[in-house]
Design a protein. Structure first.
Length: 169
């Protein structure tokens, strides 16, 4: 029995993603600001993902894979910035992921995701405590112009996760 957020799902482990299966993953990542946004800011976050494998494998040779929709929750989201560290949490309700077919347990993928981040202080300083995020391991965070001051933060991130693909019985 595998469960997430208190919902029990009968499942068994599988080597890779299969249509109708699920992914459970715990991850951590971090990075520093890049040009195009506020400088001298870095962040670290940690969370978990639950995903649904929606398709059978398709596509030409090295691009062959399966499409997955997932949801990420980041209960740990720290932003190290001038004026003090902001502590917060984030959620990405839209994670679109392409899992490439692989002969081993390591499954390479590409993804795009979008979500919200809420912090204990303005991020960046003087902006707002609530922000939107969009990721492709290049993360952009901004308040989408909801306040007059909206400089944005851009980071290049490294994310490491460990997870398991599960198949419903």
């Amino acid at each position: 029995m595998a469960g997430l957020l208190g919902i029990g799902v009968p499942a068994r482990a599988q080597q890779g993603p299969e249509k109708g299966g699920h992914e459970v993953q715990f991850w951590t990542g971090g990075g520093g600001s890049t040009s195009g946004g506020v400088r001298d800011i870095s962040l670290w976050n940690a969370g978990f993902r639950y995903g649904w494998i929606l398709t059978e494998g398709h596509g030409p040779s090295i691009l062959r894979g399966r499409f997955e929709y997932a949801v990420d929750a980041a209960p740990i989201f720290w932003v190290f910035q001038p004026g003090g560290t902001a502590f917060g949490m984030g959620v990405s309700p839209v994670v679109l992921k392409w899992n490439f077919e692989a002969p081993r347990n390591l499954v390479p993928y590409v993804e795009a995701n979008a979500g919200l981040v809420f912090t204990s202080r303005d991020v960046p300083p003087g902006a707002w405590r609530g922000n939107f995020s969009a990721e492709i391991r290049f993360m952009h965070i901004s308040n989408a112009g909801l306040t007059n001051y909206n400089p944005g933060i851009n980071t290049i991130q490294v994310r490491i996760g460990i997870g398991q693909f599960l198949r419903s019985n």
